[in-house]
Design a protein around this ligand. Sequence first.
Ligand SMILES: Cc1cc2nc3c(=O)[nH]c(=O)nc-3n(C[C@H](O)[C@H](O)[C@H](O)COP(=O)(O)OP(=O)(O)OC[C@H]3O[C@@H](n4cnc5c(N)ncnc54)[C@H](O)[C@@H]3O)c2cc1C
Length: 508
Amino acid sequence: MRKSSTSLDFNNFEKAYKHKTIAELVNALLVLRVCRVRKIVSNARYLVTLSYKILGETITNWILRKTFYKHFCGGIDEAEVKLTMNRLKKVNIGTVLDYAAEAEVEERHTVPGGGDVSQDKVSARIYRYEDEKNCDVNAEIALRAVTSSAQHESDGFAALKITALTKPELLEHMSLVIKETKALFSSLVSSKETEESKEKTLTLAEFSKSLKQLKFQISQEQINTIFKKINTSKTGAIKYDEWISYLEPTTLSMGVLSNFRNTPSLDEVSIGRVKNMFNRLEMIISCAQRNKVKLLIDAEQSYIQPAIDHLTLSLQRKYNKETPLIYTTIQGYLKNSHENCKTSLNLAKREGWVFACKLVRGAYLVHERARCQQFCYDCPVFSSVEETHKNYNDIALLLLSEYPRCKFMIASHNEDSALLICREMDKRNISKAEGGICFGQLLGMSDHITYNLSQAGYKAYKYVPYGPVKEVLPYLIRRAEENSGLLDSTTKEMSFIRKELYRRFRFW
Ligand SMILES: Cc1cc2nc3c(=O)[nH]c(=O)nc-3n(C[C@H](O)[C@H](O)[C@H](O)COP(=O)(O)OP(=O)(O)OC[C@H]3O[C@@H](n4cnc5c(N)ncnc54)[C@H](O)[C@@H]3O)c2cc1C
């Protein structure tokens, strides 16, 4: 039996399902069973379209609502979502509201930067940019999620994808600029001998010498002024995180230092779009701040993630002064995630704000690999699942070692990672109920983890997707695909549900 020193036991199916009706359990079993039939899952889109044609939209949507939708989604409108939230609240499970409506997912998707990459098995949503108006609509939806969350929870979360608020190609462009800025730092410190360039620092003399060696046309007076602006810690040596923070979040300007770039600067239209994105974000954040709802900024594909990280960091510095309002997301499958996490923790420590994050493994594995093959570059994702697991747990322990100065959510369906953190929390006498360290799973997945965590006193949340049935279809199909791939955990869940049904019928 898997037990921690507390009464936590993920195999306790009786506790896990005690709040579910027989009808809900039978439906869960049916849905998970269907997810195991590969032919149905891989042809799901076609089957739904066929059903729309033969049975009509009303009947098809009704069937979906009573089965898959009921299992994986919170409701079509606010009233229904409130019922789901209340049901979870009764068993001390919090809600992360996540509007799941999205454009129809196509079999092939155009990747920013050109080329087509199959979206098959991408287990997260990908927004398609239509226009700025559409981004405004998405921002309105996020605002409503924030206010709904506030009405129902004192300690609620709302999830947000940056690609809902702007053009992904713009984020890719910004990411290239950020990468080049990082590379320039490596070039500036390259004459020094310490191992990691991120650990290195630049004194004024070294900065001046390196800039001249790299043939920057810049006077000593200008160098002195820039050095002062960058070295905010006033230690006399520029650190990596100070360097990257010098990149202005909206325009990505570094003044005269911007001349080093190969990537062209953002044009007027793009700067306008970046400003729009910031305005939308600021609007959502001020609503979240008023309503005391924390915002989880989702992580997306690695080629747009540097831009998302950069702007999330700038928001954390501004809004997480006392309490953690903005949560960034760390993807443990990325090779550089541990190092990036350390850099952010150091920056937060030095500047005195609260670093907060959601730790996930990463949902774009197939997409990332296909793209690397297509454009011939080193894959940023670990090459084995074991490396991802190790890195995920190492980051979790790093975050734990910085607690309570940082807050985080273990967002995973992996029992070992959840147990590791629970045990460490017990060892270090960290309050379970305070919620600074919490756990998150998707609605309809790994209930044996969420419900057992909450009943053992840990703060557990469900990501609750919602929206009209037809618009949520791509989300439902992805969940079916994910469950058909997760053979071990789905088999385990099904066996627990069967045992619980058997236990109930035995007492009849
Ligand atoms: C509450 C919540 C929020 C989430 N938010 C995000 C988000 O913002 N961004 C995001 O990208 N994902 C997000 N996810 C999805 C998450 O990243 C995973 O895809 C999913 O949860 C499965 O990982 P796991 O830890 O639950 O389970 P596990 O089954 O233990 O691990 C599966 C994961 O391991 C990794 N993996 C599998 N095979 C390999 C391999 N061969 N090599 C390297 N790595 C491998 C992949 O990341 C895969 O998803 C979220 C998940 C949850 C529960």
